[in-house]
Design a protein around this ligand. Structure first.
Ligand code: 5GP
Ligand code: ZN
Length: 115
């Protein structure tokens, strides 16, 4: 059995503040939010990161992307939101179970600061 943190959340071994759940997908609030609304959508299937996604995962990933705006709206983000997928250490990923961050509700700065 996987000792991955998010797999433990999927198995209810670690509590989370749930936003949405179905057979394939779980969404829950980030424990250390960067904005008033910050939740993550994860596949229940363990994939280390987006770099491990294959053709077999197209439908699952598509479902997650279509769910994101629906859940964002349910969380009160009527005016838009940011989605972030950090991939690999080079992409700043810290938890190696694929997840989509959905962030909004505050003053969202430009994603990349140009000097
Ligand atoms: P990453 O940097 O991998 O894209 O994002 C991992 C995210 O998971 C971080 O924003 C972090 O705050 C969040 N996180 C880490 N541990 C936990 C936890 O135990 N529960 C919840 N809900 N979020 C967590
Ligand atoms: Zn996992």
């Amino acid at each position: 059995m996987s000792d991955c943190l998010f797999c433990k959340i999927v198995r209810d071994e670690i509590p989370c503040r749930k936003v949405y759940e179905d057979d394939e997908v779980l969404a829950f609030h980030d424990i250390n939010p960067v904005a008033p609304v910050h939740f993550m959508l994860i596949p229940k299937l363990h994939l280390d990161s987006l770099a491990e996604a294959e053709d077999a995962h197209v439908a699952l990933l598509g479902r997650m992307l279509v769910l994101a705006p629906r859940l964002a709206k349910q969380q009160g983000l009527d005016n838009g939101f940011r989605t972030v997928i950090n991939t690999g250490r080079g992409g700043g990923q810290e938890v190696f179970h694929l997840h989509i961050h959905v962030i909004g509700g505050g003053n969202i700065p430009p994603m990349v600061r140009r000097s």
